[in-house]
Write a protein that binds this ligand. Structure first.
Ligand code: GDP
Length: 506
């Protein structure tokens, strides 16, 4: 791994797009070969990674990806929104397979996802403020943190404090709850994530939540998690001081960061290096190196929000958002759309929407738990320029094999602005303005029309190639173009999902 500096002690793996870039493979490899500690610092159960235990695959949401390595501490940092139900469930899966769990540490000062957060998330997503939340209560948990009415993991161990803080929290939310039909709330509270109605108070018209039931359940979680709860800020500080190798595992991606992403279609935490370092109790100055992960030469996005290069534009967005559409439904609806060596797909003759369906199918771009289709678009340099500026210039390109049978590949090199006059800082965007580095706000991006440069594809199977010099010339041309245009260096190229299908800097 020549790209990894010998002096690096803290390394962050960060998504440069909208998540699902393939970070898991790098985290896994680095955990096995390099790290002493793996730490998460942002997001909550809205993230997901697949952990294979024997022949079985499990999608874990909160426990870090390094959990299968008993000798290495796995830390859920203070910046993570912790749903204790989910952690307990994930620990149970591991224990049922006789796997060690005592190397998991949970920050005592991380914020707790409460039943009220899960309900608020679902109520908000049912209205006009919909932003494509994963309904795990993460956004409302962060909101309560900033409103200074949040509860922390340590409260799971202190009955009186839990009571007092929960009462205040529920009082603050009572007014909002009362503005909804009680039957709507009852329906939501029947959800399995809310223990099928266990927290609902049926006989009191003014109060929705049964606080006794919540306290009892959360104290029970506290007992189950007690051995894992710790001052992880101190632990991380000591780890840095003693020169341990720390791997910071990013969740989601830069373009979903609440600070640097396509606001307001963003997640509720800062998933860049800054947020991640802070979320494990470190300073961004403690991070020696960052590896930004980007898909190539396409991108994907889940949920709403602007996506200038989306293949099939609004038609694709509508299709992917349509109730009930999953991988199987898509296959039934469009059975003949696919890419393969014998059936290459040509963007000059294929309608954009179908190009998107074909790439989605070939790249398996469907939600790991829901099977829902991800929106697919061409590689977007203006967005990469922005993300690399925020995160850093060492990158890995993944999914290169997905476009093996595309006769031509389009790279978005810039946008033409085609919207109302708008001020951005001290410059005014007017109709026809050319943009080379994305301004990642939704109400600007939605008026950006992509400019493309078209490259010939390589039309050969690259999944068995293990050396950069053996990659097709056409592919390397596109990589060089991206490197010089976005001023990035590709340290790693990924040519398949397997750990071995990875080409490191030579
Ligand atoms: P994350 O959300 O960024 O952690 O993404 P994951 O690590 O869950 O990766 C998403 C999917 O892409 C997983 O099923 C991976 O096995 C797969 N994957 C990763 N790298 C590659 C690659 O280079 N080619 C292909 N075809 N699949 C890949």
């Amino acid at each position: 791994m020549n790209w990894l500096n010998e002096s690096t002690r803290t390394l962050a793996v960060i998504g440069l797009h909208f998540g699902d870039e393939g970070k898991g493979k790098f985290v896994d490899k680095l955990t096995t070969d390099w790290a002493d500690i793996v730490a998460r610092g942002t997001g909550g159960a809205n993230a997901g990674h697949t952990i294979c235990i024997g022949d079985e695959k499990h999608v874990f949401h909160l426990i870090p990806s390094g959990i299968l390595h008993p000798g290495k501490l796995n830390v859920i940092g203070n910046g993570v929104a912790v749903d204790p139900r989910v952690v307990v469930e994930e620990l149970d899966i591991l224990k049922s397979k006789n796997l060690a769990t005592d190397h998991l540490r949970i920050a005592y000062n991380a914020h707790l996802v409460l039943p009220s957060h899960l309900v608020i998330d679902r109520l908000r997503e049912s209205g006009s403020g919909k932003v494509g939340s994963t309904l795990r209560g993460v956004g409302p948990t962060y909101v309560d943190h900033y409103r200074r009415i949040g509860l922390q993991v340590r409260d799971l161990r202190n009955k009186d404090a839990l009571w007092k803080k929960l009462k205040l929290n529920l009082e603050e939310h009572a007014c909002f709850m009362r503005s909804f039909d009680r039957e709507v709330i009852r329906d939501i509270m029947e959800h399995e994530h809310l223990l099928e109605g266990a927290y609902f108070r049926p006989n009191d018209l003014n109060v929705v939540f049964d606080s006794d039931a919540i306290v009892e359940q959360y104290l029970a979680y506290g007992r189950l998690l007690a051995q894992h709860i710790e001052d992880t800020d101190a632990l991380m500080y000591q780890a840095v001081k003693s020169g341990q190798r720390i791997l910071l595992e990013g969740a989601q991606g830069t373009l979903l960061s609440e600070r640097y992403g396509t606001y307001p279609y963003v997640t509720a935490s800062d998933c860049t290096t800054t947020g991640l370092a802070q979320g494990v109790g470190l300073s961004v100055r403690d991070v020696d190196q960052t590896l930004g992960i980007a898909k190539a030469f396409y991108m994907s996005r889940v949920g709403g929000g602007p996506f200038p290069t989306e293949m099939g534009g609004e038609k694709s967005e509508r299709w992917c958002a349509k109730e009930g559409v999953t991988r199987d439904v898509e296959l039934r609806e469009y059975p003949s759309v696919s890419i393969s060596k014998t059936n290459p797909i040509d963007s000059t003759t294929t309608e954009d929407f179908f190009m998107g369906v074909a790439i989605r199918r070939h790249g398996n771009e469907y939600g790991a738990t829901t099977g829902r289709p991800r929106r697919v678009g061409w590689f977007d340099l203006p967005l990469l320029r922005h993300a690399a500026h925020v995160v850093g210039r060492d990158i890995a390109l993944t999914m290169l094999d997905v476009l093996d049978a595309c006769p031509e590949i389009k790279i978005c090199t810039g946008y033409i602005y085609a919207g109302p006059d708008q001020w951005v800082g001290n410059r005014q965007l007017t109709d026809g303005h050319v943009i080379s580095c994305a301004v990642p706000m939704a109400d600007i991006l939605e008026h950006c029309e992509p400019l493309y440069k078209v490259f010939p594809g390589w039309m050969s199977d690259i999944t068995g190639i293990r050396s950069r010099k053996d990659l097709p010339r056409e592919l390397l041309n596109i990589v060089s173009f991206i490197e010089s245009e976005a001023r990035v260096t590709t340290r790693v190229l990924s040519v398949g999902p397997d750990r071995e299908q990875t080409i490191f800097d030579e």
